[in-house]
Design a protein around this ligand. Structure first.
Ligand SMILES: Cc1ncc(COP(=O)(O)O)c(C=O)c1O
Length: 408
């Protein structure tokens, strides 16, 4: 039963979050995801979704998902190794691996699950406590799913070393200190794109260190796939090191249709191992074929319609230039995540409320999501935004920014 003590605890925790300004509100949409969405009967400009290519409600993807419903029905009612594998799952695994020019891939219900699976499986050996420890070098701003994946490692086989954000110099020092320690495996883990900053990891440097110190390089490219690089293959393509990443994790829940589903991709031996040892794969239902077929259609669209990426890049450049010209301070770069720095949590909260009142939805971020004193509005650009959407957003941001004295 729910005791009074438990209910009081739950209520007081939520109250504390509210008091600390950390309560997360949810905007309830009454339309499909897109550049403009509906909230009740009201239309709002959407600048806070990962719908980078505008595929979330693309007719070809919706048609693909519907055709899978007609053929495969709704659910599979089973995990992959019992009776939950279809030819579509295998096709998507091959498509993801081919897209990243790597040997093989394995699907998960989300990238969060994929990241949890990877670290827990790799660092919890069957051999038990006799096994030599391994070491992980992880960027201090890596995604929560990498952090949680590392927490799931059982036993005392893992030494965790957290390196300062995007700092290969400090990482190299750590690797050099450990050079003579007989670790079983060394792994370097990083996000390909840091989602609060829209900033790319220094992958060429990390790839060099991975070779020099014989460490496996793991890159979570959730915000790079379908966004970065000439053909959308991600941050590694953009930085010219596509063939040098050992393991990718990625998602179909952002640029590639946005419905859900994640994967790990790497050498065949790794994927064979994960099919046996990854607990979220073994003990959780198969990814729905609706998502699988929709994601296949998203990869196909990205390959066949390079104008989607061109539009995304044009929109991003246009928005970044205009918002700087309006006087806002942003984190420089070329990613469609554009953080507008306000530095102040209260102003950021006020600003996002005012923007929404005027028809622009963006997300405000403050401590502890970003470091103290680094509050910001996070804008996300889509290929589906029209020039008029971008201009209107800039107009609203400028008006509110002036009223709140963030800009002149
Ligand atoms: C870097 C990174 N990794 C993983 C995830 C989780 O992706 P999914 O929605 O597929 O669980 C996210 C999503 O927020 C992310 O930003």
């Amino acid at each position: 039963m729910y005791t009074k003590e438990l209910l009081d605890f739950l209520t007081s925790e939520v109250e504390q979050l509210k008091k600390a300004g950390r309560f997360k509100n949810e905007l309830s949409l009454t339309s499909a995801q897109g550049p403009r969405v509906k909230v009740g009967d009201r239309e709002v400009l959407m600048f806070a979704s990962n719908n980078y290519l505008g595929l979330a409600a693309h007719p070809q993807i919706v048609a693909a998902a519907k055709s899978s419903l007609d053929h495969f029905g709704f659910g599979l009612s089973s995990v992959r190794f019992i009776s939950g594998t279809t030819v579509l799952h295998q096709e998507l695994e091959k498509a993801a691996a081919d897209f990243l020019e790597i040997e093989d891939a394995i699907l998960f219900s989300s990238c969060f699950a994929a990241n949890e699976a990877f670290f827990a499986a790799l660092f919890t050996p069957l051999g038990g406590e006799e096994q030599k420890p391994s070491v992980i070098y992880t960027d201090e701003l890596n995604h929560a799913s990498i952090i949680d994946g590392l927490k799931l490692v059982r036993g005392s086989h893992l030494v965790k070393r957290i390196y300062p954000h995007n700092n290969p110099v400090e990482l190299e020092k750590m690797l050099a200190e450990d050079a003579t320690t007989p670790y079983q495996f060394k792994v370097i883990a990083t996000d390909g794109v840091f989602s609060m900053e829209g900033e790319l990891a220094q992958l060429p440097r990390l790839a060099g260190l991975s070779k020099k110190f014989q460490a496996l390089l793991f890159v979570d490219d959730s915000h790079g796939l379908g966004v970065c690089g000439k053909t959308g293959r991600g941050s590694a393509e953009e930085l010219g090191v596509l063939g040098e990443i050992d393991v990718f994790s990625g998602t179909f829940s952002k640029a590639l249709g946005g419905a859900g589903g994640g994967f790990l991709a790497g050498k065949k031996e790794l994927i064979d191992f994960l099919r046996q040892k990854a607990r979220p794969y073994t003990f959780s239902n198969s990814l729905s074929t609706t998502i699988v077929q929709g994601s296949l259609a998203a990869i196909k669209l990205l390959k066949e319609q390079p104008d989607l990426l061109i539009k995304l890049k044009d929109n991003t450049l246009y928005f970044r230039e205009k918002i700087k010209a309006a006087g806002f301070k942003i984190i420089e770069g070329n990613h469609p995540i554009v953080p507008i720095m306000t530095y102040d949590a209260a102003i950021t909260q006020k600003m996002s409320q005012e923007l929404l009142k005027r028809g622009l939805y963006v997300v405000g971020l403050w401590f502890p999501v970003v470091p103290e004193g680094q509050a910001r509005l996070r804008i996300q650009i889509s290929a589906a935004h029209l020039r008029t959407d971008l201009d209107q957003a800039i107009e609203i941001l400028t008006a509110v920014g002036q009223e709140l004295k963030i800009i002149k």
